[in-house]
Design a protein around this ligand. Sequence first.
Ligand code: SAH
Length: 248
Amino acid sequence: LKNCRGISNVFVLSAAILALFFIAGCSAGDNLDNESEGYGMMHEMMVAQQIEARGITNSNVLAAMRKVERHLFVPEHLQHLAYGDHPLPIGEGQTISQPYIVALMTLVIEPDENMKVLEIGTGSGYQAAILAELCKSVYSVEIVEVLGKRAKSILADLYDNVFVKTGDGYQGWSEHAPFDAVIVTCSPTHVPKPLVEQLVEGGKIVIPVDENGAQELVLLVKKDGEMVRKNIIPVRFVPMVDGSGDTY
Ligand code: SAH
């Protein structure tokens, strides 16, 4: 009898624990699926598997990647692919960058809430949104008018510290200079001079370059008015879902 009571106690205890897990599981699921369109689980997997698993541990960058909903920045027919480990087409022959690249570029400029950042190549607006979460203000320039306008309206619904304009980003945005950092999301052959001029002393530029056929991110720091190459971060090649092979 004693034994029986022991067993039934264990049973009651296990049932209670299971019930607790069930309740906790449901509410965790509810939280994750609170996200519009129910992409919460995929979003969390994106951050855990593509960003954290590759060694990005900065809690602010991870929080921003968890907060910004990437599917809001891609065309509707591709939203189900928004949390995949790849860039996606956004129209006009352009792409939204791979989530890992966005996280890496953000990490490299060491964002903080006092920084004013310039982005060249607004594209979908996703990188600008991540920066808006972490910096004081974000100025972003897009050369393709339709993309610039679309990103501007999506971002205006979400943030009041992001400013988008259409134009040639290689000229920078002198009215709002100087910037603490510049993120270049397209691939120029050289660092445009106005970007250097519009950067504070000690400011950073992160820029993707093609080196020996591989994409690399280069970090440049302004020292005595000149850009000093700080380090290179290799970028893992990930083919486009449409098979075109573009990395960005
Ligand atoms: N940051 C974007 C990635 C966009 S891809 C995102 O998060 O989605 C690069 C973008 O740079 C493209 O939209 C392209 O149109 C734009 N671009 C190319 N050359 C440019 C230039 N000279 N000035 C501004 N934007 C440019």
